[in-house]
Design a protein around this ligand. Sequence first.
Ligand SMILES: Nc1ncnc2c1ncn2[C@@H]1O[C@H](COP(=O)(O)OP(=O)(O)OP(=O)(O)O)[C@@H](O)[C@H]1O
Ligand SMILES: [Mg+2]
Length: 381
Amino acid sequence: MAATELYIGLMSGTSIDSIDAALTRCTEQGCELLATLEHPIAPELRRDIAAISQPGEDEIERLGRLDRDLGRLFAESAQALLATTNYQADEVAAIGSHGQTIRHRPPSAGNHTPFTLQIGDPNTIAELTGITTIADFRRRDIAAGGEGAPLAPGFHAAAFAREGRNRAVVNIGGIANITLLSGTLLVSGFDTGPGNTLLDHWIQRHRDLGYDRDGQWAAEGQVSMALLERLRDHPYLTRRGPRSTGKEAFNLAWLETSLQQLPALQPRDVQATLAEFTAETIASAVGDAEISVDEVFVCGGGARNTDLMRRLYRLLAKRHLATTAELGIDPEWVEAAAFAWLAWRTLTGLAGNAAAVTGAAGPRVLGGIYPATGVRTVLVK
Ligand SMILES: Nc1ncnc2c1ncn2[C@@H]1O[C@H](COP(=O)(O)OP(=O)(O)OP(=O)(O)O)[C@@H](O)[C@H]1O
Ligand SMILES: [Mg+2]
């Protein structure tokens, strides 16, 4: 049993935009957000992560280096977060580090040997911070026959479920995922499809901007119905049951094939269409849900995309749409808080996955525990 209740969550998602670090106090009663920090990722490192996320040359050497480099950066972000507070490292029970996903091949995608890989060496994090580190949360779920994703729904349920309400919590990160809550019951959760990833990559290619701030560029364009109809044909969108996806399935190469044989479209019209497609896939997940959803709460960076939120609002008809700020957690910090919560679950011996979500054979305590440097017993006589 942990001596303290302080947990740090570290999240670096598929957008590779920054490391989100959150200090929380987690107990049976829930997780309280105490401090947060957005830690930058240097452009060269971002490029290296993006490169290793695709098959290429000399992968083991590059992977080994990146794993250590990211471990160091994650440790640095935890330390920088603590430096903004009056807490010391020895007061923190554990760091929950998601790691950087560089490949996600879940069973639902028909992979013969499903696997998922997150890097950012937890040994290095524990060594540099002196804080017990928990990492590699997804692979145990995969080993138990699950998707390894999404893992946030358990936290969404713990933090946002309310008796008598049918709620959907939608995290719009690189990929978007939804959690369906009927009262306090976690009904299901899955990736809906793209979140910001297509929008980010298209504007990066055409305008040399990291992302479409507030969706301004998309808002200037016109939706192309011809392109939208092709995008709707993506095979992921007809899957049912436990499912998860990644940039392996939604990327510019796939978009290029959808753009073939279409009359030349203005890049901004493509951006508008991608925004509409993203909103539509999320809204369909809400509309097709096994529960009748009354309220939708959005978190993740996409919550700040005004254009995307406007499209979602229109497609959700009369349902209440807000960000998780309305429920007490700023949308930017929900995922980092979820990994602090998962670390608390693991250290307390509680399952972190929801089998109804991931399709795993059952509940499992997730992740590996990399103890802090304090050694209590020495093996030498
Ligand atoms: N003001 C904004 N306007 C438009 N988009 C924004 C804005 N702020 C953030 N974003 C989008 O949010 C993205 C980052 O979101 P987030 O950090 O939730 O994703 P992520 O790192 O992929 O996380 P995860 O995969 O864990 O959910 C950016 O890449 C950008 O596309
Ligand atoms: Mg991010």
